[in-house]
Structure formats: C-alpha cells, structure tokens
Design a protein around this ligand. Structure first.
Ligand SMILES: [Zn+2]
Length: 468
C-alpha cells in the first residue's frame, strides 16, 4: 500500500509540473507534452519485490522542461521573419565622378539617412580617397514603405569597403539606430623577396614566372629604360635579378610588394646592377657600384616598356635597322601603352604632323630634341609651351599617320638633325660625390647582406595586384 501511495503522489506532483509547463509553452509544445504524458511507462512496471521501496525517501521527480532551444528558435524565426528576411545585400562599384551620397540614394536610401551615415563614415575614412572601381558592400533593410521606386525604400544597416588590400572599413548601425564606423588594418610583416631568372619570352612573362609582381617588374623596367633599348637590346637567355620588399600576412603569404632595392639586368650578357639609395638631400635613386645614377639625360626606351616583347624573332634590320629614310627607332607596343617624356624639357609641338600622325616634339637642354609619332592620343595638359619632366606620360601608343600597325616611332635630334637614338652619347645623370659615396658604400653593403636573406619569389601565394 505504501508503495502505491508513493507512486500516486509521484504522479500527482508530475501532473503539477506538467500543468506548469503547459502554461509556459506555446500550444504546439503543450501538445507534445500531453503526448509525452500518455506514453509514459505504466506504474505496473515497478514491482515491489524488485527494490526495498519503503526505505527510499520520497523524491520530487524533475519536471520535463520544454526544449528551450526549439522554443528560442521558434521565437527567433518570427523575429527573422519580421526583420531580417527583408534585408538584402548589394554590391556597388564606384563609377568615375560618383559621390557616396549619389550611390546611397540610388540604392534607395533616404537622403538624410545617407548624410548621417556619410558624416559618421568620414570620421574614419577620408571619402576623397574613394576611387572609381572600388567596391562597396551594402546591407539594406526594407523600410516597409510602399515600394515606390522613386521613394527611399531601404534603411542602411551596414557598409563595408576595402580601400586597399590591407584595410577594411566598416559602417554599422547600432541598436539605437545610430551609425558607427571602424577600420580594420591587417598586420603585415615586411620581408625581402628575390625574383631572378633568364629572359626567354619577355621581361614581363619571365619576371612573373620568377614570382615578381606586375608593379615590381614595371619599376624594374622603368629603371633600365634610361639605358636599355627593350626592343632590340635584350636577347634570349639574358639574366635578370630583382630584390624587393614585400609585405606578408601572418601565414607568410605576400600581400603587396614594396620598393625595389636591388636590380640587375644583363642585356646581351653584360650585367648592370643598381642599388636603391637616398642621398642626404632626400632624393631617392638607383646607383651602380661607382655611384653613377641609373638615370640618363634621355631615355632609351621612352615607353612603359615592361611588356615590350623585345626584338626576338622580329625581322633584323640592316645596320641596326634603320634605312636611310627611317630616322628613328620603333617600339612595338599595344595601342594605348603610355609614352614617357625621354627627358625634362618643353613641348615644342603637339599636333597632327603628316605621315607621323599624332605627333609630339620636346625641346631639351644642350641642343637636344625628342619626337614621338603615330600616337593614339595625347597626355593630359600636353600642349605647346608646356614643361614636362622625364618619365611623365605625354601620350599613348597608336597607329595614326602612315603606319602598318601600332607602334611608337621615336626620334632624337641634335641641333635639329636626327641622330641614332640607340647609339647617341647623351649626358648621364647624377654621380654621387665623395661624401655621398661613403654613405652609399655603407648602404650597398647592407643591401648586399640583405639579398642573401631574401626569400625566393613565387614561394608564397601570388602578390595581389590591387585592392578590390
Ligand atoms: Zn618608325
């Protein structure tokens, strides 16, 4: 009898527990509870002979709790239904000349809300740095207003953008409806990488193959453009060596490249090496071991030459390629390749000129002039009478005038007579003086030692070209 009473009590207290639960949980969960109750093991399952039940103190059975996770999910799902399902993500590419304010308004955000967001964002990120092509990731939430497309129909919930590969800007809406902005900067470690090899296809192709980035190859080509004719001066098998800073993430992967600190090229087997050096007057340049700058009075390759596929396999010109009528030098390059001022000077002509097509002529010091023909277009502000500096973009490769294909026709004139640009002896650039030379020797020794520690190019993941 005692046993029976105990069991009865137990059932009664369980009933109480279930009643309590039923009050708390939604109808669906209550249904489940009732089902549980009906399927509970029967009292008969406990036999009095199996255990000395009388000696056991009465224990209040633990009430079956509702499944909190399921409950939470049910409530949260409703919340999601109410708000988050109406959010959407939009990717916007910044167009040239566009302002963030236009872009947000176009995305359906109220002008005043956009202004508030911009005010907060500009405290963290200088919006003048927003450039064409930059991607903005927007998180938007429907306002619930009539979806009249002319009216603002979204609230801005979040915005992220990457001004460069190492930085991410976040704008978020906080609980109280305000905006907050922050910047995340990737921690990078500076290292040195060495990309070397032999030119078989072109400096560009083989440089990439050795692990150098586009930017590194470009500055390397620029350095040698003063003294090397990339069209005809390179032969298959000519060696190159580039040592440059690169910035690595915590896994050691190259994120971006820095300065070129050492450059060696052996056109036609004859090695020329240059070291990066900043003179006490603050000018950064590249010098050979004698302290002679890589720069010349005029450039031998006045075109962004990294992609010039050199003269391999091209028809060999008799006597360096110049017939009597052809008083210049041609550089084959794709249409639109930037053309650089070979030296400092003043633009003497910038207009169409007969069979030369679009034509620029620059007057330099010491009776020298340079001329550029067949251009597809002129650089910004390149007009007669304008000063230009060496290396400045003055125009773009094209095929105007009497030509068979896109190329740059380049002439050097001395006292108004064409001379051979490839053999003319033009003044050289800066030569380090005794005191500078001492400092340079120290820097050169430091770089020489560093080169030994450089990581071979192409070991880590490809250097990312530009930010998204
Ligand atoms: Zn020509």
């Amino acid at each position: 009898m005692n046993t029976n009473i105990f069991v009865q009590n137990g059932i009664k207290s369980e009933h109480k527990a279930w009643a309590l639960v039923a009050l708390l949980v939604p109808a669906l969960l209550m249904g489940a509870a009732i089902y549980n109750l009906n399927t509970m093991p029967t009292i008969n399952a406990v036999k009095s002979s199996d255990s000395p039940v009388a000696k056991i103190a009465p224990v209040t059975p633990v009430p079956v709790l509702p499944d909190m996770a399921a409950l939470e999910q049910a409530v949260f799902a409703e919340f999601i239904e109410a708000g988050f399902l109406k959010t959407r993500h939009q990717k916007i590419k910044v167009k040239p000349g566009a302002t963030l304010s236009n872009l947000l308004e176009k995305a359906g955000i109220d002008r005043r809300e956009a202004a508030r967001a911009i005010a907060v964002l500009s405290g963290t990120y200088n919006l003048r740095q927003l450039r064409a092509g930059q991607i903005l990731n927007l998180t938007l939430e429907e306002t619930g207003a009539a979806s009249n497309k002319k009216n603002a129909s979204f609230h801005l919930v979040g915005l992220t953008t990457k001004p460069d590969v190492t930085r991410t800007i976040f704008l978020e809406r906080t609980h109280d409806g305000q905006f907050s902005a922050r910047e995340l900067v990737m921690d990078l470690e500076r290292g040195l990488t060495r990309a070397s090899g032999a030119i078989e296809a072109s400096l560009y192709v083989d440089g990439l193959g050795a692990g150098a980035s586009d930017a590194v190859i470009s500055s390397f080509a620029q350095l040698f453009a003063y003294s090397v004719d990339f069209q005809r001066g390179i032969r298959p098998g000519d060696r190159f060596d580039m040592v440059y800073e690169d910035f690595r993430d915590e896994r050691g992967a190259s994120i971006k490249s820095g300065n070129l600190i050492f450059a060696m090229l052996a056109p036609r087997g004859k090695a020329r090496a240059y070291y990066r050096f900043e003179t006490p007057d603050g000018e950064v340049g590249y010098y050979n071991e004698d302290g002679q700058s890589a720069k010349r009075f005029l450039m031998k390759t006045p075109v962004k030459g990294a992609r010039i596929s050199s003269g391999f396999g091209r028809r060999r010109h008799p006597v360096l390629g110049y017939t009597r009528a052809h008083k210049g030098t041609d550089f084959a390059a794709v249409r639109g390749t930037p053309i650089l001022a070979a030296g400092n000077g003043v633009v003497e002509r910038s207009s169409r000129y007969g069979s030369y097509g679009n034509y620029i002529r620059i007057r330099h010091a010491n009776g020298y002039k340079t001329a550029y023909a067949h251009l597809s277009g002129y650089g910004r502000n390149i007009k007669k009478g304008r000063r230009v500096t060496q290396g400045q973009i003055i125009g773009y490769v094209g095929a105007t005038g009497r030509v068979t294909g896109a190329h740059l026709h380049y002439e050097v004139l001395k006292n108004n007579r064409q001379v051979n640009p490839m053999t003319v002896k033009v003044p050289t650039g800066r030569k380090l003086k005794a005191a500078e030379l001492k400092l340079f020797a120290i820097e050169k020794a430091r770089i020489d030692a560093l080169i030994e520690t450089a990581r071979p190019g192409g070991m880590a993941s490809r250097t990312l070209a530009t930010a998204g």
